[in-house]
Design a protein around this ligand. Sequence first.
Ligand SMILES: Cc1cc2nc3c(=O)[nH]c(=O)nc-3n(C[C@H](O)[C@H](O)[C@H](O)COP(=O)(O)OP(=O)(O)OC[C@H]3O[C@@H](n4cnc5c(N)ncnc54)[C@H](O)[C@@H]3O)c2cc1C
Length: 334
Amino acid sequence: MQGAYPRLSDAQVAALTALGERRAAQPEEVLFREGQRNGDFFVVLTGNVAVVEARGTPEERTIAVHGRHRFLGELSLLTGEASYFTAVAVDAGEVLAVPVERLRELVVRDPGLGDLILRAYLVRRSILIGLGVGLRIVGSRYSPDARRLRDFAARNRLPYRWLDLEADPGAETLLQHFGVAPEDTPIVIAADRLLRNPSNAELAAAIGLPAPGAPHTSCDLLVVGSGPAGLSAAVYGASEGMQTVVLDSTATGGQAATSSRIENYLGFPSGISGAELADRAVIQARKRRQHRAGQDLQTHRRRDEGRAQRGMGAHVPPLPAADLAIRLEDVRRP
Ligand SMILES: Cc1cc2nc3c(=O)[nH]c(=O)nc-3n(C[C@H](O)[C@H](O)[C@H](O)COP(=O)(O)OP(=O)(O)OC[C@H]3O[C@@H](n4cnc5c(N)ncnc54)[C@H](O)[C@@H]3O)c2cc1C
């Protein structure tokens, strides 16, 4: 798919090098593992790195091999989800490791590079979904809970594979492997974790989606529903520096995220898939928060410089005003 595996230019690698660390990679060295959260952003400088699902198991399969100036990862690196694959060096080489927080700052400062990475990550997510890489949901096609879990995964645009007890011989083998009786299904396998009929909130927490947490006691703007209307409100709120909380009972993106192609949204003359629109909106809302936070800190720095010149000493800047939290939470819950 176009844009999934771009090669960075020398100038782009130089910009990233200033934020990260070059280091040698040995053959078979694992750069990050399936199930790991908040790993570094890696660029391959020399040598090759393979991206592998279910490494070390009979189901192991290679999804891609990245060479010089290609970068690793997919959408989960930006959303905070656990990785759906392992990255392992194929041969001796050198990689650049950039802490993900610094990457997020760069993406705000450099829209060209930011859009290149975001586009690649969105397309890679579609590839993973198409390949059925990621979570495995095992259960009966007649089970309402199995349907609920599949709906949850689909609406949150999570890559997953459905193993139907009635039709897929692999389902029985997997249940025997984990010692689970058919009547104890559905189960979800996330990396090496087994979840027995998890609630949506339990599944969200296990994979690093923003599950319900401690209730916010106060905020400037509370948005209920993260469809296009709610996410638009969040972008404006975070842009204005408001403490913004967005709650959704199921998934970000609302109805729009379920549309295969939206043709009539302003600014997308050739149309856009609902999933991409939703993922872009979520990242835009988070980006506005960081942009605003960066502006607030710069304002404080400028004020401090002025005070220092006048011999008044510097202030410790308070926490940036802008903040945004997106959580999966049903407001009807007691
Ligand atoms: C298959 C499909 C194709 C479409 N194609 C197009 C198109 O091509 N062009 C177009 O213009 N429109 C299209 N639409 C319509 C478009 O998606 C909607 O108009 C748009 O999504 C409405 O946005 P919204 O934010 O107002 O509400 P919604 O998208 O409905 O979002 C509401 C959100 O609120 C959440 N929510 C509801 N109750 C609670 C609660 N109690 N607690 C917490 N959260 C809650 C829901 O989970 C949901 O995520 C399509 C819709 C569908 C289903």
